[in-house]
Design a protein around this ligand. Sequence first.
Ligand SMILES: NC(=O)c1ccc[n+]([C@@H]2O[C@H](COP(=O)([O-])OP(=O)(O)OC[C@H]3O[C@@H](n4cnc5c(N)ncnc54)[C@H](O)[C@@H]3O)[C@@H](O)[C@H]2O)c1
Ligand SMILES: [Fe+2]
Length: 412
Amino acid sequence: MNFLFKAYCRTYQGFMRFATKFMKFREPETLEGLPALAEKVKSEGLTSVLIVTDDVLHNKLRILEGLKEDLADKDIKFVVYDKVLPNPDVTLVEEGYSLYKENNCQGIIAVGGGSPMDCAKAVGCRVARPNKTIQQLQGYIKVRKKLPPLFAVPTTAGTGSETTVAAVISDHANNTKCAVNDPVLIPKYAVLDPTLTVKLPPHITSTTGMDALTHAVEAYIGHSNTANTRDKAVRCTKLVFENLERVYFDGTDVKRRRNMQYAAYYGGIAFTRAYVGNVHALAHKLGGKYNTPHGLANAVLLPYVLDYYGRTAEVALAELATAVGIRGVDSAAKARLFIAAIRKMNEDMNIPSVIEIKKTDINGQEVDLEKDIEFLAEQAFKEANPAYPVPKIMSKEDMKEIYRKVIRIKED
Ligand SMILES: NC(=O)c1ccc[n+]([C@@H]2O[C@H](COP(=O)([O-])OP(=O)(O)OC[C@H]3O[C@@H](n4cnc5c(N)ncnc54)[C@H](O)[C@@H]3O)[C@@H](O)[C@H]2O)c1
Ligand SMILES: [Fe+2]
């Protein structure tokens, strides 16, 4: 890759590292247990709120019933937007935003995985910046205006969105996904209640948990760490190694579910300041193009990207290996064993080593995989550069190589 381009990326990252020293990354106030939420909403002086969630949580699992009763008891009006889908699209954000305005809401409660939480954050962005579209707000620090009070209640243990600066929204019309990053998006409150996650099916438990691990690993091996992000990344990594497989096999273990909620939370704190890396850039584009679940895309890509980094990430990966009790004769061996342990975890939890896509697209056209890969690499390269402080800057060709390894056309 062009030397000047690399130098430009590293200079930009250095500048951001310097600038973020002067930025305030607050953490949300954490509440333990959903029953504590309504009182907090009242203490904020809110009388009308928008609840953003999805159909499964609202109508099948009915996990909002207690919250709705508590809000009604306290004379807090609420309206529920439950149409959020995985990898939420900008059109859903607009629907939620309309409901917010029609009901004169003053705050937002997000109940769900990363999809409802990000959709809620994006609605908040539209409230703060009514004249800007989500596409115009993507990138770094473009919102710069206070959002309405946001209460985030995670029901998966992966994204950490309840504590991060980011909202990742798909733009399906353009086959892509955009990330809005701004400290104003950090929710005011995060409600951690592990009982909400016990019905999470095993395949979502495993893949969302691997998303948390990916946040920790990408933050730790990147060049923009601080003592705090390193500490949180190590905590997250240890919690994932100690608990994820166990909750995959026994989802009712509330103690381990709680540990995974903290893993996700710490992973979120780590990457919100130290950034993610190429795994996320590549994964987001698979989500935008094929609707691949975010956690699955990360889980599959993580070992391939770590292999690619080779010696540039060896020392950091060896440190993470030591933290989880992996022994080896030197850093190279420990790093290799750490990557092998990730592959083994994926295998044990039945996470595939490739992403399968349909032979035909939504218009019935046969997929031209090389053309898709060209497009995906172009988009992923734009997301990763110049901002992500990765151990080794990936060229578009390198990205294409990785996509060729992980995408398979499913035979009917
Ligand atoms: N903002 C951030 O910092 C950040 C970080 C990583 C990922 N993301 C984004 O988050 C989204 C992915 O979120 P996710 O992985 O949490 O999944 P999700 O919110 O898309 O949910 C996945 C599925 O799990 C179901 N589900 C959720 N909670 C459940 C529960 N308790 N029991 C049973 N089923 C449940 C949902 O109904 C849905 O069908 C992606 O769009 C991704 O880009 C955001
Ligand atoms: Fe993620």
